[in-house]
Design a protein around this ligand. Structure first.
Ligand code: SF4
Length: 384
């Protein structure tokens, strides 16, 4: 079993229109210095409640963690180690970076403290689209950042967003080709998701174009040696993200900082979304066991089963049918009958005891996931 740590750094240079993460500006009354001290307190208060001590991945996410200097993260790493955590020899330490924050000095600073994976949020190389999304960085910032990452031969991932308002198939192809010129070892290509009333939902490519876009992404990236291992993630063999894979295989992780979520099977808990509330809880030395009911839950059997199907079917490896054994024979049979129904419609395939989405199923994956959502009543009925 692998174990990971997620650290949320909420500071950003802007608020992008499509973003619903917990973010704030550098001018927030809670400064980065104070915020890091809060996370240090969180480690001290709660570390004894975390059973796993060997850390396989740390993900510095946000927000824009790359707004902060390396010594802030060094303080956190030291506190983890002083609290009994051991970083595994092959630990992956990733940081999310916005292009305008990348410099050679900063990369060297991060490398020195052990950060070994860089995730660059390019989103698109087209200036109009960046502006429309409310982002401050320009294509020039992205090119410069990518030149630096390439120069240092780093393990880096490049993030793109597609299905943006007024984006054509050719725009997407241009984005993909410009990205591939820098030979990233990993790419995450996410479809823009906003509710129908959102300002960015106007003028988006129609459904058939979006489907074509997904096909173009996969074909283009695979032709350049980046293989799909999850619905939105592609990498060269051996460069899959350890941290994200941990989420998709129901492994434990501890999330620290404002709004961060944790999963220590079978419990899930999370910190407040708003920074002042987070600060209040941390200053009160609130332990995990004392979090209010609105910030924790024990996964029911139906939730566990739904999550297992949902997360494993997102990956190309798929769901191993043996993973259904702990749920009992009757539940396994009930799930299998749903799976066979989906198989008949060519939405999923079963091979070598593994179930995975077919290309057709992937195109309507949300629909497939709805059919594999289990209600408590169904589970009780099957297990009774
Ligand atoms: S930079 Fe990232 S985290 Fe910050 S507002 Fe934009 S999308 Fe959200």
């Amino acid at each position: 079993m692998a174990f990971g740590i997620y650290i949320h750094i909420p500071y950003c240079l802007q608020k992008c229109l499509y973003c619903d993460f917990s973010t704030t500006s550098l001018e927030d009354p809670i400064s980065p210095e104070e915020y890091i001290q809060l996370i240090i307190k969180e480690i001290s208060t709660r570390h004894q409640e975390i059973p796993e001590k060997t850390v396989d991945s740390i993900f510095l996410g946000g927000g824009t963690p790359s707004l902060l200097e390396g010594f802030f993260f060094q303080l956190l790493f030291k506190r983890f180690k002083d609290s009994g955590f051991v970083f595994s020899e092959s630990i992956e330490i990733s940081i999310e970076m916005n292009p305008e924050t990348v410099s050679e000095r900063k990369i060297e600073d991060y490398l020195k403290i052990g950060i070994n994976r860089f995730s660059l949020g390019v989103q698109t190389f087209k200036e109009d689209f960046l502006k429309r999304c409310g982002r401050k960085h320009t294509p020039q910032h992205s090119f410069k950042a990518l030149e630096i990452l390439s120069k240092y031969h780093l393990n880096f991932s490049l993030d793109l967003i597609y299905a943006l308002p007024n984006q054509t198939l050719d725009d997407l192809k241009t984005d993909l080709h410009q990205a591939l010129e820098f030979h990233p070892l990993h790419m995450s290509v996410y479809e823009l998701t906003v509710p129908s009333h959102h300002t960015l939902s106007q003028g988006r490519p129609i459904e058939p174009t979006q489907i074509e876009m997904r096909q173009v992404i996969q074909e283009t990236l695979e032709n350049h040696g980046l293989f799909k291992y999850e619905i939105s993630n592609f990498s060269q063999k051996g460069y899959e993200s350890i941290h994200n894979s941990l989420y998709w295989s129901q492994q434990d992780y501890w999330g620290l900082g404002v709004s961060a979520h944790s999963y220590l099977s079978p419990k899930r808990f999370w910190n407040p979304y708003h920074l002042p509330t987070y600060k209040k809880q941390i200053l009160k030395h609130l332990k995990i066991k004392d979090l209010p009911p609105s910030q924790k839950e024990v996964l029911s059997l139906s939730q566990k089963l739904t999550e297992l199907c949902y997360t494993s079917l997102r990956t190309t490896k798929g769901l191993c049918l043996d993973q259904l054994n702990p749920f009992g024979l009757q539940i396994k049979e009930m799930v299998l009958s749903k799976i066979k129904n989906l198989q008949k419609r060519n939405l999923i395939t079963i091979k070598d005891n593994h179930v995975s989405l077919t290309p057709e199923g992937e195109l309507i994956s949300n629909q497939v996931f709805v059919e594999l959502t289990f209600l408590p009543t169904e589970i009780e009925f099957s297990s009774s």
